[in-house]
Design a protein around this ligand. Structure first.
Ligand code: NAG
Length: 514
């Protein structure tokens, strides 16, 4: 971007010209304090909100770590050679008469301990034993002791028996009759045992809920505190500040606001860690974007919203929205005096239709007001809903001074990128993404725009370092036109290209000379 344009942008969007809607002129950010757009940031993903794929070893100490909350299992009766199924998706009996498995044949775990689980079916009911003491049904809305099933697996963990709370094993008596009345206490796991099922694991989550509940409170506290202390340290902030970056986006979870007594299974200590982050950011003159990545009830079904089992309940009630606003209120109040408080991001990646547009706009308005109670200079970032129109927030957010709309751009996750070559990926960024960003970015700068997540990774196999360099540079060029700025996902990652630290250290991304 030519220098003159940059200067104009800077003047236009400098926080010093914010004015609130009632016409009152708001305080200027003190001179030489704080960071202003254009923002070049990196996300500190996998630090205060766990995502297993970023650092899988965090889960290594969990017993039966393949059976965490939200793990999806399918069970095929060896005697019937048919899948176990919640007839009608739930609300009635279990049967064993399906030749193939999909939604109704999938059971989600709620973990009680490493061997004991509630089994949640497609329509969200839980499996239990009917009052006749034998018939297995999926009719319970919220599980208790009567819904605690014990999974007993064979040595290679490909087969399992399911022991009901009555002490007896489930058996497929016939294809249409599944009962909890099999007495055989031992088995040779053979195909003649009606209580034996072949187990297939078809999905699972490795988020904050899973790691905390998987370890249990005492061990989770120990493991996570160690992680928080060592994963990102002061030296990382120094590195970031000398690498041509001027801010960090820090994902946090809603439980941080009730530190030191967060609701189970979450554990205390992430707030102290965020305090440290601010201290280091101040020392190295970096801005901090506090990003509410996991909201109560989960705003999307992914592990990064700390979903328990893939269900998504955020925004369903006014009370839930008010609870989320309180988290924003708490965080803004806590850091309002820090010159490093660059922005508060109200919610990461809400997903329709769970997060309805009216619920989201109500929350964004209330969340915006909560931030403005304490600061007139911090930006307020509003994430676009995933898979929704990328312009749906513009009119709304455009009316709120200092509001920023966040879009996330990955050449991944959809089939659009299947089979694209290196050059096609780069062209996509330079043409399609560039046009998309232009439709979100209004010339008057209201709202500002932020590419809050992107990465130089793609579906191309075996690309060279030079290919990656060109891909990263294309994105830096295009996302540099976002009026607030951009943030790479993420700073550290066992997958090298997802680690900005690795990309900088290996010369694939260099910002100081461009
Ligand atoms: C499975 O069994 C139930 C109960 O008898 C029956 O209603 C249903 O039609 C059966 N489904 C199949 C695919 O056989």
């Amino acid at each position: 971007m030519p220098k003159l344009e940059l200067l104009l942008l800077f003047l236009l969007f400098s926080p010093s010209i914010f004015s609130v809607s009632d016409g009152r002129t708001v305080a200027r950010r003190p001179a030489n304090q704080g960071v202003s757009p254009p923002i070049r940031a990196v996300n500190l993903g996998g630090w205060l909100v766990t995502e297993g794929w970023i650092l899988p070893s965090l889960f290594d100490g969990i017993l039966n770590k393949d059976l965490l909350d939200g793990t999806q299992l399918q069970f095929k009766s060896v005697t019937q050679n048919m899948y176990l199924c919640a007839e009608q998706g739930g609300g009635t009996i279990l049967v064993a008469n399906r030749t193939s498995a999909s939604g109704w044949e999938t059971f989600k775990l709620w973990r009680i301990d490493e061997n004991t689980f509630n089994l949640r079916v497609f329509d969200n009911h839980f499996v239990t034993v009917a009052s006749d003491g034998a018939t297995v049904v999926a009719t319970v809305a919220s599980p208790g002791a009567g819904e605690a099933f014990h999974l007993v697996r064979n040595d290679d963990q490909t087969r399992a028996r399911i022991r009901a709370p009555n002490g007896r094993f489930l058996q497929a008596r016939t294809r249409d009759l599944v009962t909890a009345d099999y007495d055989g206490s031992s088995t040779n796991w053979g195909d003649d045992d009606p209580s034996v099922f072949v187990v297939t694991r078809v999905g699972g989550l490795q988020g904050e809920y899973q790691i905390c509940n998987g370890y249990g409170k005492a061990k989770a506290t120990q493991v996570l505190r160690q992680h928080w202390r060592t994963y990102i340290v002061e030296n990382d902030f120094k590195f970031i500040s000398t690498s041509g970056l001027n801010a960090v986006r820090i994902p946090v979870g809603w439980w941080i606001a009730s530190d030191p007594n967060p609701p189970a299974p979450f554990v205390a200590g992430s707030l102290q860690t965020l305090d440290n982050a601010f201290k280091w950011a101040e020392k190295y003159n970096l801005g901090v974007i506090v990003d509410l990545h996991a909201a109560p009830g989960s705003q999307n079904p992914y592990e990064h919203s700390a979903s328990k089992d893939g269900s998504q309940e955020w925004g369903a009630t006014d009370a839930n929205i008010a609870q989320t606003v309180k988290v924003i209120d708490f965080l803004t109040n806590r850091y309002k005096r820090s010159p490093s408080l660059l922005a508060v991001e109200l919610l990461n990646e809400p997903l329709a239709p769970g997060a309805s547009l009216p619920a989201l706009m109500k929350y964004y308005k209330d969340g915006y007001d909560a931030v403005r109670k304490y600061t007139s200079t911090a930006y307020v970032i509003m994430s676009n809903r995933l898979s929704a129109s990328n312009t749906e927030l513009l009119d709304f957010a455009g009316g709120l001074p200092g509001a920023v709309v966040d879009v996330h751009y990955y050449n991944l996750f959809t089939s659009d990128f299947d089979g694209l070559t290196v050059q096609q990926n780069i062209d996509f960024v330079r043409n399609s993404r560039s046009a998309e960003l232009a439709t979100v970015t209004r010339q008057n700068g209201r709202p500002l725009t932020f590419v809050g997540e992107w990465v130089a990774e793609w579906k191309v196999q075996g690309a060279s370092d030079q290919d990656y360099q060109r891909f990263a540079q294309a994105q830096i060029d295009v996302y540099g036109k976002a009026t607030f700025g951009w943030a790479y996902w993420t700073f550290k990652n066992v997958n090298n290209h997802w680690s900005m630290e690795w990309m900088i250290n290996n010369g694939i991304i260099s910002l100081n000379n461009n």
